[in-house]
Write a new protein. Structure first.
Length: 485
């Protein structure tokens, strides 16, 4: 039997020999990230974005119990060999050990400084390994809950760990640094590194105002920004920051300057010469989103520190910080967008809200509440009257900028909405999603006009200002361009 967990919140059980579905297990209220069989094949565990672990009876397909305790997405579950214990790793940075007879939590293991992506027991059940987005693997004594040692060597998050059957060796992998490492468990020594290809997710795509050029960042081992000629699909050049990832990209309205946001800085580039103009230091936090005002004078950046920063493009100096402890976002800010007149800024956050800011005073105008999950993208129409927001709750909301009231909710995506953008005339909204589609919506009626398919989860979408081109990039590094009529 094979089990698979899906973004649609279901688990499917399959007959491996026949390739047929046996049954579907339903009950999670969000995406299922991990499934694991008990060693006797009688039970299945599933970990979900809904922060729970469910145990299932495989003979009946019924839910046995729910394990509650994590405060964020459960990314990994693993049974001990004797079937008495379950381990779970979560984005809340912890590992929990559970007694399967009682369904109660035994203990919580803390020590990772970022999300835990993978957990695995040794065959004798005495040791547990955990891989984390803090780039480390930790080995734990299961009986005492104490950390035995930390294994370092990966240059990015560790997404999978596995013990050899004799417990003497551990394998770890990172799809972002493109390596698999083998470790000698007893002394924590790295034995070997197997090198492959790092994942190259396409981060925000932007098209120049004349529709001639497209730029996008690549989240990979080397921080590249690629520039392409839209009409011919020819790559013009690559701007490289070999020591950093690129998480966000913006182009000035006159197409003379490009900005790229990395982990601890923003780089400004002259497009004609590909020369770096200056670097803006960003306090060692990831720059999730950047936007340039229509006059090219101000740059806005958002970060994991819950704030938005405004910068003078000419001098490279910080003008002010929006948010902070009072009146700002309470979680990381994923997206920022200027109004076309440069008087207002919108921001979307992990705290499920959108905020509108007066750029002259730095004060908050509106706090828009309505999404039930984090807000990944915000956009303001060219006339400044409407704001759109895309969220992990799979919806897009349209808002009246003047009143701060919700106009309507657009539904149709089956997974998170990663990016949204208005056409230049404000009549059409484009949205991209983890469900692998791009949807075009009538802003007037709220109806879906078209649905376009991509190869994988779509990370970004962009219109050219003349509305002739639509481009979208996906998680595997592919870009599609459509001629829009």
């Amino acid at each position: 039997m094979l089990a698979s967990g899906s973004w649609d919140g279901t688990i499917k059980l399959w007959n491996v020999q026949r390739g047929r579905e046996i049954r579907t297990l339903t009950g999670h209220s969000n995406s299922v990230y991990s499934v694991a069989f008990s060693s006797d094949g009688q039970m299945l565990a599933s970990g979900s974005w809904d922060k729970t672990i469910k145990l299932w009876n495989l003979q009946t397909g019924r839910e046995i119990c729910i394990l509650n305790g994590h405060s964020d997405l459960v990314h990994s579950v693993a049974f001990s060999n004797d079937g008495q214990m379950l381990g779970s790793g979560s984005w809340d940075k912890t590992i929990k050990l559970w007694n399967l007879q009682t369904g109660r939590e035994i203990r919580t293991l803390t020590g990772h400084s970022n999300s835990v992506y993978s957990v695995a027991f040794s065959s004798d059940g005495q040791m547990l390994a955990s891989g984390s987005n803090d780039n480390t693997i930790k080995l734990w004594n299961v009986q005492t809950g104490r950390e035995i040692r930390t294994l370092t060597g990966h240059s990015d998050g560790v997404h999978s760990v596995a013990f050899s059957s004799d417990g003497q060796m551990l394998a770890s992998s990172s799809y972002c640094d493109g390596t698999i490492k083998l470790w000698e468990v007893g002394i924590g020594r790295e034995i070997r590194t197997i090198t492959g290809n790092a994942t190259r997710s396409v981060n925000p795509i932007v098209i120049t105002s004349d529709g001639q050029m497209l730029a996008h960042g690549l989240s990979s081992v080397n921080g590249n920004v690629n520039l392409w000629e839209v009409g011919t699909r020819r790559k013009i050049c690559t701007l490289t920051d070999s020591n950093n990832y690129v998480y966000s990209v913006a182009i000035s309205s006159d197409a003379r300057m490009l900005a790229s946001g990395c982990v601890d800085n923003i780089r400004l580039w002259e497009i004609a010469t590909t020369r770096e103009i200056r670097t803006l230091t960003h306090d060692s936090r990831r720059v999730n989103s950047i936007a340039i005002s229509s006059d090219g004078q101000i740059l806005a950046s958002s970060s994991d520190d819950n704030t938005i920063k405004l910068w003078n493009v000419q001098t490279g100096r910080k003008i002010r910080t929006l948010g902070g402890w009072f009146g700002g976002h309470s979680a990381k800010v994923n997206s920022v967008a200027f109004s076309s007149d440069g008087q207002m800024l919108a921001s979307g956050s992990d705290d499920n809200t959108i905020k509108l800011w007066n750029l002259r005073t730095g004060k908050k105008i509106h706090n828009l509440i309505g999404h039930s999950a984090k807000v990944n993208s915000v956009a303001i129409s060219s006339n400044g009257q409407m704001l759109a927001s895309g969220s992990n709750d799979n919806t897009i909301k349209l808002w009246n900028v003047k009143t701060g009231r919700e106009i309507c909710t657009l539904t149709g995506h089956s997974q998170w909405v990663s990016s949204i953008i208005f056409s230049s005339n404000g009549q059409i909204l484009a949205s991209s999603s983890g469900d692998g589609t791009i949807k075009l919506w009538s802003v007037t009626t709220g109806e879906e006009i078209h649905s376009l398919n991509h190869f994988d989860a779509v990370t970004s979408v962009a219109f050219s200002s003349d509305g002739r081109w639509l481009a979208a990039g996906d998680y595997c590094g592919n870009i599609k361009i459509w001629r829009h009529r």
